[in-house]
Write a protein that binds this ligand. Structure first.
Ligand code: AMP
Length: 309
């Protein structure tokens, strides 16, 4: 097993200025798994669903090299459900409903084969669950990354801080970085989060790209690709995380330069995700499309300049 993925596997109902959906397949773990499967040879998903979750999605993930031995199915219970509504600018949204259902008392059980995996992506879930997964490893993974959201800052801050102290990389959005640290400046917020434990922080800024900071004041910026249409931003952060960790697990490169490339791969993956509702677009990316998009990132940021001596 190369990469272990933890995160919600869920139903979402989404409303954007362009349309709305009834319950569709979503969840942080789902988006991460689809995104990572584009890069990672062997990944394993740790989560829980109810008997209402479609078996065809589980089978499809399996067909993409995502092992689901760590995905518990509670036949008589309901899957996690989240409902969100985007504002006109698509950069901000309101959570209208969060029904934890099976996630409420979820106790993750790591299959034996996962316990020595070199890479761990802790997607958005209760910090206690994230912590339990870290503790079940026989050997600490080479790189642990985590994602989280304001919901857990409001409801489980102390446990969340404990998880943060144990990971190498944290990915978080700009508003959440400000909430966590009380700093408006993202540079100051990044410094404060790095003092809490991680070696690296990625601050996601929606359509304004992502910033990668390390403890030596190195900063890298990846823009978001200017897309003609952003249809549904749900899962963009998770797709970023999946592409980011999928790429790292495939290259085994945890240097700052390796992480920079992973940020671009994560950004490219996220740029596909937002083109359709749910995971639909992630299911249909071709190698050629992906390569073209990475080239577009290179072109977007490359320029020549000669400075006077
Ligand atoms: P993102 O747009 O990347 O922030 O992720 C959206 C996904 O996060 C949706 O598919 C939701 O099912 C999932 N989600 C929303 N709230 C929570 C929560 N409290 N815990 C776990 N997953 C959540």
């Amino acid at each position: 097993m190369d990469l272990v993925i933890v995160g919600s596997v869920a139903f979402d109902a989404i409303e954007t200025p362009f349309g709305k959906t009834d319950k569709i397949v979503g969840g942080a773990g789902t988006y991460i798994s689809y995104a990572a499967s584009f890069f990672a040879e062997k990944s394993g998903l740790v989560s829980v669903v109810g008997g209402d979750f479609p078996q065809e999605t589980i089978s499809e993930l399996e067909s993409r090299g995502v092992d689901t031995a760590g995905l518990q199915i509670k036949k008589d219970e309901k899957s996690f459900f989240w409902k969100g509504k985007y504002h006109n600018d698509m950069n901000s949204r309101d959570t209208l409903v969060t029904e934890l259902n099976v996630l409420g008392d979820f106790e993750p059980i790591l299959p034996e084969a996962y316990k020595t995996a070199p890479f761990l992506m802790l997607g958005n879930l209760a910090p206690a669950v994230q912590l339990s997964v870290i503790e079940q490893f026989d050997k600490r993974p080479k790189l642990i990354a985590m994602d989280t959201m304001n919901f857990w800052m409001d409801s489980a801050l102390e446990e969340l801080k404990e998880v943060i102290s144990k990971v190498d990389v944290i990915t978080i959005n700009d508003e959440e970085a400000r909430q966590l640290t009380g700093e408006y400046s993202l540079v100051k917020a990044a410094k404060k989060v790095l003092e809490m434990g991680p070696k690296y922080i990625v601050i996601k800024k929606g359509e304004n790209g992502a910033l990668l900071f390390d403890r030596n004041n190195e900063v890298f910026f990846a823009p978001a690709l200017p897309l003609e249409e952003v249809f549904d931003p749900t899962g963009a952060g998770d797709s970023f995380a999946g592409g980011f960790m999928g790429h790292i697990s495939a290259t085994n490169d945890v240097s700052f330069n390796g992480l920079k490339r992973a940020v671009i791969m994560g950004s490219a993956t996220a740029s596909f995700c937002v083109e359709k509702f749910g995971v639909e677009r992630l299911q249909n990316i071709t190698e050629k499309e992906f390569d073209e998009r990475v080239s577009a990132f290179v072109n977007l940021t490359q320029f020549d300049i000669t400075l006077d001596e």
